[in-house]
Design a protein around this ligand. Structure first.
Ligand code: 5CA
Length: 159
């Protein structure tokens, strides 16, 4: 049976199904490419958007995923303490290579290879949060507890 989802969103739905929670990818006609656009399309606050930001470790050159509240700007100096190395900005090509998804649709799980993951503690203030699901029109709703469980991420202060 066809889910009606586009291919990248369908890939994310398949990954989510494996976790055994009821997590459903929703595609909106309106853009969910940025945290603000996603919040507007969904009708939630920007703080409830779990944005998946990919950085590059300065010495290791490995990807590092920081899942931050859409309301927050990541303080790279602060995060360095948890990661153990300086962070560099990742370009679009690096993001695609390591996650398998283009910027604006990078989900918190389902990447090409597992990525060391850190979660903004501010996301735990909400009972419901929303994350990208593979495309700039696709998102899914979850709880902070489920986010922590499925990503195996460490909860940190990002700001
Ligand atoms: N779908 C939405 C809400 S979940 C989303 O993915 N938002 S996001 O914030 O997680 O993804 C956009 C992020 O991609 C930006 O915050 C920014 O960190 C990053 N980004 C945007 N443009 C570029 C670029 N040209 N190079 C590297 N990173 C970029």
């Amino acid at each position: 049976m066809s889910s009606g989802l586009t291919k990248s969103a369908e890939r994310v739905q398949a990954v989510l199904n494996e976790f055994g929670f009821e997590l459903n990818v929703i595609e909106f006609p309106d853009s969910t490419r940025t945290a603000l656009e996603a919040a507007n399309a969904i009708g939630c606050t920007v703080g409830q958007i779990a944005k998946s930001l990919v950085f590059k470790g300065k010495s290791s050159q490995k990807p590092i995923l920081i899942i931050a509240s859409g309301a927050n700007r990541v303080n790279e100096k602060l995060v360095k303490q948890y990661v153990g190395e300086k962070l560099e900005k990742a370009d679009a090509e690096f993001v695609l290579e390591h996650t398998g998804f283009a910027i604006g649709g990078v989900p918190p799980v389902g990447h090409t290879k597992p990525i060391a993951t850190f979660i903004d503690e501010d996301l735990t203030q909400h009972s419901e949060i929303w994350a990208a699901a593979g495309t700039p029109h696709a998102v899914f709703k979850l709880t902070p507890e489920i986010l922590i469980e499925i990503t195996k991420g460490s909860v940190i202060k990002v700001k």
